[in-house]
Design a binder for this molecule. Structure first.
Ligand code: URA
Length: 243
């Protein structure tokens, strides 16, 4: 086995996958046909009650430089008082794959980059298992500032921060979005549906294919569900192959 193959096997082991499966084997189950048709307006997923606050800047017209500079000094929610720094996003700004997590944790707050702690290592394993390199995808969070004690994001924080994520998606125009965990899924899809019901199917974010899978931090606590993440990644790969 070459060094690269040994490394791949190590990542697959971390994901609980013992070997690559042949594409023919992956291809046999049909892709779950979109539960969400293209466009949010026809989205049949129940939409949660609206938060109407707007971020009072022209975020929707910003280029990367303006957006990054605006996020860096953002004080729109109380998290600015407790963060070390904002965590904007990392990766290829022309990426075909975009991964969206919840919020920075302690390691990310310290280093200014998403998914660099233990959950990040598992995300790297997920990427590798899907045949992707971290630097070829784009990785961002719904919240750009760390909630103290890693508590859940509050609805007002999401409402204030999500325009930044929305603009990142607009600028990147990914071919597939992978929502990692329920907070990312709920924010992007405007639903409160359980993650178990959302995963395993092709959904849509304003016409861009979106899949939902378990958050790597959840997987660290519940390794039994790694197999489901592997299935979700296989679905994602099939969607990309058909795009
Ligand atoms: N969890 C997340 O959702 N995002 C990070 O960047 C790190 C941990």
């Amino acid at each position: 086995m070459s060094t690269q193959e040994v490394q791949r096997q190590r990542y697959l082991d971390a994901l609980g996958v013992t070997r690559w499966e042949l594409r023919q084997a992956d291809a046999s189950p049909p892709i779950a046909v979109s539960a969400v048709s293209d466009g949010i307006s026809t989205n049949p997923i129940p939409v949660k009650s609206g938060i109407t606050e707007k971020t009072p800047t022209n975020v929707g017209a910003m280029d990367w430089a303006d957006l990054e500079a605006t996020v860096r000094v953002c004080t729109k929610c109380p998290l600015h008082a407790t963060r070390t720094q904002t965590v904007f996003g990392v990766g290829n700004r022309q990426a075909h794959w975009m991964f969206v997590g919840e919020a920075p944790g302690a390691d990310e707050d310290r280093l200014g980059e998403p998914f660099v702690g233990r959950a990040g290592q598992l995300l790297n394993a997920m990427l590798f298992a899907a045949g992707l390199k971290r630097e070829e995808v784009y990785i961002a969070n719904v919240l750009k500032s760390r909630p103290p004690g890693n508590r859940d994001p509050q609805p007002q924080e999401v409402a204030q921060c999500e325009p930044y994520l929305i603009r990142q998606i607009e600028l990147i125009q990914p071919r597939l979005i992978v929502a990692l965990g329920r907070h990312a899924a709920h924010s992007l899809l405007k639903t409160e549906m359980a993650l178990a019901k959302l995963r395993g199917q092709k959904l849509s974010y304003h016409g861009t294919p979106l899949i939902v899978t378990y958050h790597p931090a959840y997987l660290l606590r519940n390794p039994i569900d790694k197999r489901k993440v592997w299935e979700d990644l296989c679905l994602a790969k099939r969607i990309m192959e058909q795009a």
